[in-house]
Design a protein around this ligand. Structure first.
Ligand SMILES: Cc1cc2nc3c(=O)[nH]c(=O)nc-3n(C[C@H](O)[C@H](O)[C@H](O)COP(=O)(O)OP(=O)(O)OC[C@H]3O[C@@H](n4cnc5c(N)ncnc54)[C@H](O)[C@@H]3O)c2cc1C
Length: 484
């Protein structure tokens, strides 16, 4: 009898898992049936593009990194390469709102560590005492031991409080929306720990690696892609194309899973999973892949493994909101320049960052309009996410007026709330993953994938999907060898 695989969750993680399973099943002559159950009517999870009056508006992610190859590779497999677009490099400047003004991020930074000394010394972003404190990194001893620590503790210890507050924290805020004093260094930036272990000083290490970095920068410059890439029609194009290709996967949409129960009998060492959706319908499967947020996966496993549920719940989630505003170009005497700005927490503002979308990407606004988007919420200001749309738009307009001097009336406003969608990799995250693997080993045929575990970016989720597909097929003994 053919085996049955059910994937729960139709975000990019669930969809890519389905894609890689289908790819293998096709080459093996379809020895299993694959289903994907999504709680909502819409697939894509936090990937959501809206097209309104000639604007292409991203509610969730707006691009992915080209340096992690998995999203680009998937686009290639889906024949989407011709639809990919890079950033507008003539606008390539990012600002930090610091001490009441927008300061340009100095050139040559590798995240927060300078790889070129001169632009950094000239920059007004860090004060002279802050720069001197940062220079102490050249003298400080390396930390003994390899245990995990928070990014906050690490940056403060090596480069000082000011670099943490004015560079590291705001740059990270845009990616993880988390609290730097709780976030795991090993799970987010393990290369910094390695740099300290190898070179003692981060700055010295970076300078030693400068040639290597310059070579890779040269490669990047000669590569077809800019650091961030997206699709001409928005990231929903990826979801739609992926879904259309999943012709051997049966989709069940608008039916949130509420319960999973394993059962086994003496005739087989492998359990069967019984899955119930909200309207009471039940399904049976040999394999279940949970591609939902970790706290939802925890609810499913609570009844048969409370310890597994407890570890899953140790991965907390934060909420964010994005607010997009469209303007008439003719209303501006001077158009904003650059990709946008980030805001350090110490500035006590209510927005975390702003992307000047139509500067950063082509085809995002009609020729006579501009599009901006602002981020609010995150671990430090989560309560803002529950404000009404009108209040959020009002706040954003006040902030843009004070920070950039934009007083013009927008011709378009859109608010997208994302509640409990951003997983936080806290100190000890890698130990938590080891514990999860150990606990999962008691439930053959049950798999976890998604942004909660080994990277929250779209390329990471796609890579995790490919690895999960490989494990599933190996479990069913259908694999024809390693993928990707
Ligand atoms: C505002 C924002 C901006 C971002 N920007 C970027 C960016 O620019 N670049 C980048 O690479 N990454 C970015 N990210 C991160 C990245 O988009 C996400 O980590 C990734 O898309 C998550 O995919 P996922 O499938 O793991 O989870 P999700 O997209 O959260 O999907 C989970 C799915 O599970 C479903 N589900 C939940 N419960 C049930 C249930 N009971 N039964 C059935 N289905 C259920 C949900 O409805 C959802 O569809 C951003 C994220 C956000 C929120």
């Amino acid at each position: 009898m053919s085996k049955k695989i059910i994937i729960v969750g139709g975000g990019i993680s669930g969809l890519s898992t389905a894609y890689f399973i289908q790819e293998q099943l096709t080459s093996l002559g379809n020895q299993a049936d694959c289903y994907l159950i999504e709680g909502r009517e819409r697939l894509g999870g936090v990937i959501l593009t809206e097209k309104v009056d000639g604007f292409v508006i991203e509610g969730g992610p707006d691009s992915f990194l080209s340096t992690k190859p998995w999203a680009l590779e998937l686009c290639q497999k889906l024949d989407l390469t011709d639809h990919l677009i890079g950033t507008c490099e003539d606008q390539r400047k990012t600002y930090v709102f610091s001490r009441g003004r927008l300061e340009e991020l100095p050139e040559g930074l590798s995240f927060m560590i300078p790889t070129q000394i001169r632009p950094f010394l000239r920059s007004g972003l860090i004060s002279l005492p802050g720069k001197l404190r940062m220079g102490l990194d050249l003298l400080l001893p390396r930390k003994v031991g390899r245990e995990d620590e928070s990014i906050g503790a690490f940056v403060r210890r090596r480069l000082g409080q000011e670099v943490l507050e004015r560079m590291a924290e705001p740059l990270l805020g845009g990616i993880y929306a988390g609290q730097v004093d709780q976030m795991s260094l090993q799970a987010t930036f393990p290369n910094f720990q390695t740099l300290e272990q190898e070179y003692r000083s981060l700055i010295w290490g970076m300078l030693c690696k400068r040639r290597e970095i310059q070579r890779s920068l040269k490669e990047k410059n000669s590569s077809k892609w800019t650091l961030f890439v997206t699709l001409r029609g928005g990231l929903t194009e990826l979801v739609q194309t992926l879904t259309a290709r999943l012709n051997r996967v049966s989709f069940i949409k608008g039916k949130p899973v509420v319960r999973i129960r394993p059962s086994s009998d003496s005739s087989s060492p492998r359990p069967v999973y019984h899955l119930t959706v909200a309207d009471g319908e039940t399904f049976q499967a040999d394999v279940i892949v949970l591609a939902t947020p970790a706290y939802i996966a925890a609810d499913f496993v609570e009844n048969f493994n409370p310890s597994l549920a407890a570890v899953l719940r140790e991965i907390p989630y934060t909420s964010t909101v994005t607010i997009s505003l469209g303007y008439k170009k003719s209303d501006f005497a001077h158009l904003p320049h650059g990709f946008g700005f980030v805001v350090p927490r110490v500035e006590n503002r209510r927005i975390i960052a702003s992307t000047w979308t139509s500067n950063k990407y082509p085809h995002r606004a009609p020729d006579d309009k501009i599009l901006l988007r602002c981020y609010m919420g995150g671990a430090n200001q989560e309560d803002l996410v529950s404000l009404e749309d009108r209040a959020l738009i009002q706040i954003v307009r006040e902030e843009l007026k004070e920070i950039v001097g934009i007083t013009q009336e927008p011709v378009l406003t859109r608010v997208y709330r994302w509640e409990k969608v951003m997983p936080q990799y806290l100190v000890g995250h890698l130990d938590r993953l080891t514990a999860l693997e150990r606990l999962l080993s008691h439930h053959p045929g049950l798999f976890l994938t998604g942004n909660a575990y080994r990277g929250p970016g779209i390329p990471d989720c796609i890579h995790s999907g490919a690895l999960t597909a490989e494990k599933v097929l190996k479990y069913l003994q259908l694999s024809s060898g390693p993928q990707t």
